[in-house]
Ligand binder design. Structure first.
Ligand code: CAA
Ligand code: FAD
Length: 380
């Protein structure tokens, strides 16, 4: 295993770092307050190639590896996790799923637009009664012969209003349990598609999270992804890569908070010296750095396994579990290092602390990551 970065890796990392500092940092506090993410910034991320990074260039993507993707996720998340979740959903949950499992016609019709950022995607698995327990789908897609009839409600959908295309998981045959679940590509403009109100959230407030309501949407047969009954496995396989992206988001949030805390501790004085000279503060920084480095190794390892074509499911869960805990611990301590200044918006660390929490909840809670990891280590 060689995790040293190539010239290309460094170039894409620096491009993301530059973009985050010059385009995302100005206005990040206002976007958080106003719960808004401007379309122009999404367009710029598309122009930089951040929205379809790993997709084959023949479908408009960047043809990059997973390491490049996690480097970009880390850099964007240091400044604005609301921006990086758009990147993560579009890359890992939408483009990856389509490239790996959609038909050639579906790829030409949808993937080419999604990979360039011309269109934005959303991934719709969660429901009011099916979050962690994802096989308990209540949304139904009834086979009507020449089309499916889609009805139900999805909850917590990232890019809920800003997306153009939605991958929707639905039950087509209740008797068959998870084998009676399918995934469909749905267009926002179709009759019967309704977007619920925007959620008023603790963190990643710039990201638009909505419930979606489907009322008798006619879904053409050709919009089903893969073989009949493949929908749950499709969701799980897609989420396996998504979790690496969210681990990198958590790493970025932690790194951003660490850098702010380190710099602040070198200029803030108390008791006649910079606070970094108090061992209690220096040790906090040491703990942060150790956990950040460990997270980075787990993430690079998972990304490397994916790029080698190995089974990366458990490695991705492990990276997400550890990095999201690191994001929480690091941001809480970064606020502490800042004292009272840590508690106000202009110093950024309070936002990073609020943003960190979601990494322990979405794309499988920490308890769900432990279920996957423990089932694997206990299997025969
Ligand atoms: N790859 C392929 N197949 C998989 C798989 C994987 N990674 N994981 C499970 N499967 C298969 C199993 O093999 C099984 O198939 P067979 O019966 O043919 O063997 C089938 O799927 C059902 O698996 P389980 O019996 O393990 O199912 P379960 O009900 O115990 O649930 C779970 C497993 C891991 C808990 C799963 O429900 C889960 O991941 N829950 C969390 C849901 C989640 O992560 N939601 C995220 C929504 S998207 C999001 O959050 C986006 C965002 O924020 C930005
Ligand atoms: P529940 O499943 O009700 O869990 C509640 C608690 O019980 C958790 O602590 C959980 O870990 C625990 N728990 C549940 N089952 C077990 C068990 N067997 N063992 C131990 N503990 C257990 N979903 C999408 O499909 N697409 C999206 O784009 C998307 N974006 C999101 C954005 C945001 C901001 C948020 C908040 C959520 C988003 N989600 C999305 C949904 C997210 O994936 C779910 O919230 C998550 O999977 C947890 O489901 P739940 O909220 O129903 O919690």
């Amino acid at each position: 295993m060689d995790f040293s970065l190539t010239e290309e890796h460094l170039m894409i990392r620096d491009a993301a770092r530059d973009f985050a500092r010059t385009e995302l940092l100005p206005g990040v506090i206002e976007r958080d307050k106003e719960q808004h993410f401007p379309k122009e910034l999404i367009t710029k991320m598309g122009d930089l190639g951040f929205l379809g990074m790993m997709v084959d260039p023949k479908y408009g993507g960047g043809g990059m590896d997973t390491t490049s993707y996690v480097l970009v996720m880390e850099e964007l998340s240091k400044i604005d996790a609301s921006a990086s979740v758009i990147v993560s959903v579009n890359n890992s949950l939408v483009c990856y799923g389509l490239e790996a499992y959609a038909s050639e016609e579906q790829k030409e019709k949808y993937l080419t637009k999604l990979a360039t950022g011309q269109s934005i995607g959303a991934f719709c698995l969660s429901e009011p009664e099916a979050g962690s327990d994802a096989t308990s789908q209540r949304t139904t897609a009834i086979d009507m012969g020449d089309h499916y009839l889609l009805n139900g409600t999805k909850n917590w959908i990232t890019n809920g209003n800003s997306a153009d295309y939605y991958i929707v998981i639905a039950q087509t045959d209740k008797e068959k349990g998870h084998k009676g679940i399918n995934a469909f590509i749905i267009e926002k403009t179709w009759e019967g598609f309704e977007v619920g109100p925007k959620e008023d959230k603790l963190g990643i407030r710039g990201s638009d999270t909505h419930s979606l309501i489907f009322n008798d949407i006619k879904v053409p047969k050709e919009n089903r992804i893969g073989e009949d009954g493949f929908g749950f496995k499709f969701a799980m396989k897609t989420l396996a890569g998504g979790r690496i992206g969210i681990a990198a988001q958590a790493l970025g949030i932690a790194s951003g908070a660490f850098e702010l805390a380190r710099d602040y501790s070198k200029q803030r004085k108390a008791f006649g010296t910079e606070i970094c000279n108090h061992q209690a503060i220096a040790f906090k920084l040491a703990d942060m750095k150790v956990n950040i480095n460990a997270s980075r190794h787990l993430i690079m390892h998972a990304a490397w396994m994916k790029d080698q074509g190995m089974d990366y499911n458990v490695a991705g869960c492990t990276a997400k579990l550890f990095a999201s805990q690191t994001a929480m611990d690091t941001t809480v301590e970064a606020v502490q290092v800042h004292g009272g200044n840590g508690y106000v918006k202009e110093y950024h660390v309070e936002r990073l602390m609020r943003d960190a929490k979601i990494t322990q909840i979405y794309e499988g809670t920490s308890e769900i990551q432990k279920i996957v990891i423990s089932r694997d280590l206990l299997k025969d």
